[in-house]
Structures are given as structure tokens and as C-alpha cells.
Design a protein around this ligand. Structure first.
Ligand SMILES: [Zn+2]
Length: 324
């Protein structure tokens, strides 16, 4: 065989992009690819999270374990996580940290000296490395201090009354959601099949306007509408369809089976990705693709995996181009 390649590459079209939100279409691929991408985003894209807490003083109303647990759940800006080592693989410190390769140290030292209750928040966590800081607080460390004029006061850890104190040291490490949900960068990752909706126009025209309205109303979501000029039923938002089949049942109940046919396009997926803020939503997708490529490199046994690998390469290039 020479010359012609029939290989298809997935296409990505970004619909909406914000730091913590991404909506995109993934076309010309199949469900296994879409599922793999989703699973890796949730469970295998690494972030940094607090994993070890040494409490020095705690006279707050919450016990040490409770505070340690809360600290673990604070999303930390993790742009560098892909380049870091897992502590269990780190030969520089044997996983004991603090260590430049695999961990980041945070300190927190707050005492309440007033009659007003004092909120201790993630903004009070100061790191020695400005690349790492809790989301919603901005970069800061023990030198720059806390910008109290900022409205970025972070996530509440505990409230202190006069005379109460919380002083601790915390080590944040690289991890993945598969090990503990606190490391997952994903708040939500969902995808749906793009619906392909065909109205049987001839059959539809046998309905009165009242019957058309009645049929449209049977859909729990706003998928169809009536064109005010032609009084024809039109698809106004195919993606609002939730595969509930209500309009199909309604058509049958009206004695009009085949009034509408709805298929899921099996090669087209609409993804919605929301990030915790630890990494940008677009970066989460790019990192997931890189991780999938690494996995495929490791098991490059057949032409199938090579093809998938090429597809992911293309996909990554699309996102890097469109997601900047
Ligand atoms: Zn280390």
C-alpha cells in the first residue's frame, strides 16, 4: 500500500474557555478515547496538596486531625506539579521532605489578640516557594506577608477567639486523584454525545398547531420550537436533549410513530471541564493528553496504540493552539 492514509484525527473545537472552565467538542473519535480522557483528568493528572501536618500549637476549638484534614482539601496552585517527583519515587529525600524535587513546605502562625473572632484562612498559609499558594489567595510567602487589603481571603480553616492560637507546619506533596480525591484537579468532567435530530416534516405537517405545541411541551428541556413565520417545528437547541425519549413516547401516544428520530453521534462528544483552581481547566486537558501519550508509549504493542498515540498528539496540538 502506498500514498494514501485513511487515518482520521480527532478534532477539537473550543467553545468556551475560562481559567477554571472549558467547554469543547471532541470530534472524529470514539467513546473509548473520550472515556480515557475523562478518567485521566479526574484520577491521574497530578496536583499538589497538603499531605503531612505538624501541629505546634492548637488552642482552637477544632482538634488537630480535623484541622489537618481541612488543610488537605485546600486546592493549591499546582502549575509545576507535572515537573515534580512523587515523594515515593524521590531519591533526593527518600520521601521524607521538605525537598525541592517533591514537596513544598507551608507555615501557618496565627493568634487572635482581639475581642473579635478571627478567621484563619488558606491565605494564612505561607510557602517558602512563591510558585505554590492556595487558590484564591495570590502568591505570598513569609517575606511578602499577607495582603490584608486584598479581598482574596481564601478558604476558612478555623475561627479563633481572643487568646487562641494555631501554629503549624505542613508539607504539600504531588499526588493524583486515584490515591486520594484531594489531589484531583477536577471539580467536574462530563461529556455528552452530540444528538442528531431528524424531524419527519411530512408527518409533522399532519399535526395541528395545537398538537405541535403539545408535542413540543412533552420535552422536559427546550429542544424544539415553532417558527413564528412558517409555524413549522424546528430544532432550536439539539444539545438540550437529554436522551429522555419523552418526545418519541409522546409521538407514539399521539399515533405518530416516526415523527422524530434522534441518534447519538457516536464520534462526537461535548466536554465540560471544571477545575478546582489547582491548574487551569485547559491545562488539565493538555496534561491528561500528555499522560495518555506516556501510557501509550509504555504499551506501544500494536498499530492500534500507535494510531491512538498520533491522535492524541494531534489533539494536544489543537488545544495548545486554541487554549492559550
Ligand atoms: Zn524529595
Amino acid at each position: 500500500m502506498e500514498g494514501v492514509s485513511y487515518q482520521r484525527f480527532p478534532k477539537v473545537k473550543i467553545r468556551e474557555i475560562k481559567d477554571d472552565y472549558l467547554k469543547f467538542e471532541l470530534r472524529d473519535t470514539d467513546a473509548s478515547m473520550a472515556n480515557a480522557l475523562r478518567r485521566v483528568m479526574i484520577a491521574e493528572v497530578p496536583t499538589i496538596a497538603i499531605d503531612l501536618v505538624e501541629i505546634e500549637v492548637n488552642s482552637s476549638v477544632l482538634n488537630d486531625e480535623f484541622i489537618a484534614h481541612r488543610l488537605g482539601l485546600i486546592p493549591i496552585v499546582s502549575d509545576r506539579a507535572m515537573d515534580m517527583r512523587f515523594s515515593r519515587d524521590c531519591d533526593a529525600c527518600d520521601g521524607d521532605g521538605p525537598c525541592d524535587y517533591c514537596s513544598v513546605e507551608f507555615k501557618l502562625d496565627v493568634t487572635c489578640n482581639s475581642d473579635q473572632t478571627l478567621d484563619v484562612t488558606s491565605a494564612d498559609l505561607l510557602s517558602t516557594d512563591l510558585n505554590f499558594y492556595p487558590v484564591d489567595t495570590g502568591p505570598r510567602n513569609s517575606t511578602t506577608g499577607i495582603d490584608t487589603s486584598s479581598d482574596q481571603r481564601g478558604i476558612i480553616i478555623v475561627k479563633l477567639r481572643r487568646g487562641q492560637e494555631l501554629r503549624l507546619r505542613a508539607i504539600a506533596r504531588k499526588g493524583i486523584g486515584k490515591d486520594h480525591a484531594k489531589w484531583s484537579p477536577a471539580a467536574t468532567v462530563t461529556f455528552m454525545y452530540e444528538p442528531d435530530i431528524h424531524i419527519n416534516e411530512d408527518l409533522m405537517e399532519t399535526l395541528t398547531l395545537e398538537e405541535k405545541r403539545d408535542w413540543i411541551e412533552s420535552s422536559p428541556t427546550k429542544v424544539f420550537d415553532i417558527d413564528p413565520n412558517t409555524q413549522q417545528v424546528v430544532v432550536c437547541d439539539a444539545e438540550a436533549y437529554t436522551y429522555d425519549e419523552e418526545v418519541i413516547k409522546k409521538a407514539e401516544a399521539m399515533g405518530k410513530p416516526g415523527l422524530v428520530e434522534i441518534y447519538a453521534k457516536e464520534d462526537t462528544f461535548i466536554f465540560t471541564v471544571e477545575s478546582t483552581g489547582a491548574i487551569k481547566a485547559s491545562q488539565m486537558v493538555i496534561n491528561a493528553i500528555d499522560i495518555l501519550k506516556q501510557k501509550l508509549d509504555a504499551v506501544r504493542l500494536s498499530e492500534d496504540t500507535e494510531e491512538a498515540d498520533d491522535q492524541f498528539g494531534e489533539l494536544g496540538a489543537h488545544l495548545r493552539g486554541g487554549g492559550a
